[in-house]
Design a binder for this molecule. Structure first.
Ligand SMILES: [Zn+2]
Ligand SMILES: [Zn+2]
Length: 228
């Protein structure tokens, strides 16, 4: 086990113990009482202004300057709640890198509804070899499924390990995720696909392609945040 991984384990274990022993506070400011984001922190989250319904970039114009109305491959629509910066970035960093259970719980609640009707919610799966602990996309998918009153299933599996996307260029990201996922069984025709951060869209497109290969007709992407 590398030192970084051991450090992450220790931090996650300590934060889990602190969550149990200390009175619940807002996971972002850690000042206001209550296990959920306080009103002030919610108001300070960087909402996206008029995001493109096909690629999630803000300040949507017709045609979209980012995707030219073509959207992201294999995704019928894209809904994004926030920009990946400021307080939202801090919350997601604590949820993902820090493994803080309270941050995961709070962040998962921020998942937006899909743009169309769906019969199933599917998370983008964790990378192979990821350390254990709550996985944000999976938690957010469960939150969304409960909200919509439809089932949630971990239908996708990684077919191989891939390089961490954040170290790659845009072109490399698309190559890196080609055929990265496979569906374990046939999905219904309309599916919501949930992930935490939308960057190039390569990961989400590969996940949607795997669902379409097994018969899905419309895959609606739902993301917590978009990098700009
Ligand atoms: Zn707060
Ligand atoms: Zn667009």
């Amino acid at each position: 086990m590398g030192r970084g991984v051991a450090g992450a384990w220790r931090r996650a274990a300590l934060s889990a113990i602190a969550d149990l022993l200390l009175p619940a506070v807002c996971p972002l400011c850690r000042e206001q009482a209550g296990a959920e984001l306080c009103a002030a922190c919610c108001a300070a989250l960087p909402r996206l202004h008029a995001p493109c319904p096909w690629c999630g970039m803000p300040n949507h114009e017709v045609p979209c300057r980012a995707c030219d109305e073509r959207g992201l491959p294999h995704l019928a629509s894209v809904r994004v709640a926030f920009a990946y910066r400021a307080k939202l970035r801090r919350l997601l960093t604590e949820a993902k890198a820090g493994g803080r259970a309270a941050a995961v719980r709070a962040a998962a609640q921020l998942v937006p509804d899909p743009a169309g009707p769906v019969a199933l919610v599917v998370p983008v799966p964790p990378a192979p070899g990821r350390r254990s602990g709550p996985h944000l996309a999976t938690r957010a998918a469960r939150v969304l499924a409960r909200r919509l009153g439809v089932p949630c299933a971990a239908l996708l599996a990684c077919t191989r390990s891939a390089h961490p996307q954040h170290r790659l260029s845009r072109a490399e990201r698309w190559r890196n995720t080609q055929d990265l996922y496979a569906a374990r069984r046939d999905p219904p025709a309309e599916v919501a696909l949930v992930d935490d951060i939308l960057t190039s869209g390569a990961t989400a497109s590969a996940a949607a392609a795997a669902l379409i290969a097994r018969g899905a007709r419309a895959v609606h992407g739902c993301f917590l945040a978009r990098t700009l």
